[in-house]
Write a protein that binds this ligand. Structure first.
Ligand SMILES: O=C(CO)[C@@H](O)[C@H](O)COP(=O)(O)O
Length: 235
């Protein structure tokens, strides 16, 4: 079981350079086996092309390494917070992909400007609140995950599978590690489209972002009542 999960995590990590989401080792993917309460994650600082399944550390939900010689990703604490807070996800990915990171550094949510966005994300893609200097200095600790969970207090992570963390970058998730990476690729493209849209039309920002909510709801087979948000937005 764990060996199969390691292979899935390996393949998902190899997608990051393939999809131009990372340079060097600026990204990491993990997956969770909820029955065993174990997480498989990329080792810290190891180039993707050198990765083997046996290199992938296995950790428990308290962050204790239960298998593997290499150190787990420096973002492990954030991955663990998200698995505990979002019970339906099976994979998490973090990168410093350039377009999402621009919105993160500007501490701005990525606006819903079109159906490309609304096909995948229910409303604007949130940015966390501005982080304090101490939170920025300790981004490797659990506070990064805590501020993401705080951002989703009134949002459904199944309908918005990603966030940009102020001064840091994007985190995405999904039902499995490859779906998490797919959501990261899509969010990076949406971030790029949004950047150029607002540069072409500064007034786009004033558009009612909820105009496209029903597009998402219909696409995802939810009861989309014209002009009203469906009560049932969970998958
Ligand atoms: O945010 C950061 C560094 O600021 C990390 O996400 C690194 O970009 C990747 O770290 P490892 O996964 O290799 O530990």
């Amino acid at each position: 079981m764990l060996e199969e999960l390691k292979e899935k995590v390996l393949q998902a990590n190899l997608e990051l350079p393939k999809r131009n989401l990372v340079i060097y080792t600026w990204g990491n993917v993990s997956a969770i086996d909820r029955e065993q309460g174990l997480v498989v994650i990329k080792p810290s600082g190891v180039p993707y092309e050198k990765l083997k399944p046996s290199d992938l550390p296995v950790i428990d939900l308290n962050g204790n390494k239960v298998e593997g010689d290499l150190n787990p990703s420096s973002d492990t604490a954030t991955h663990l917070v998200l698995y505990k807070a979002f019970p339906e996800i099976g994979g998490v990915v973090h990168t410093h992909s350039p377009w999402c990171t621009k919105w993160a550094q500007a501490c701005r949510a990525i606006p819903t400007f079109g159906t490309t966005h609304a096909d995948y994300f229910y409303g604007d893609i949130p940015c966390t609140r501005p982080l304090t200097p101490l939170e920025i200095a300790t981004e490797y600790e659990k506070n990064t995950g805590d501020v993401i969970v705080e951002t989703f207090k009134n949002l459904n992570p199944n309908d918005i599978p990603g966030v940009v963390v102020h001064s840091h970058g994007p985190f995405n998730w999904g039902k499995d590690p490859m779906k998490a990476v797919e959501n990261a690729v899509i969010m990076e493209e949406i971030a790029k489209l949004a950047f150029y849209t607002q540069s072409l039309s500064p007034h786009a920002e004033q558009m009612d972002h909820h105009l496209l909510d029903k597009h998402f709801l219909r696409k995802h087979g939810k009861n989309a009542y014209y002009g009203q948000k469906s009560q049932k937005v969970n998958n």
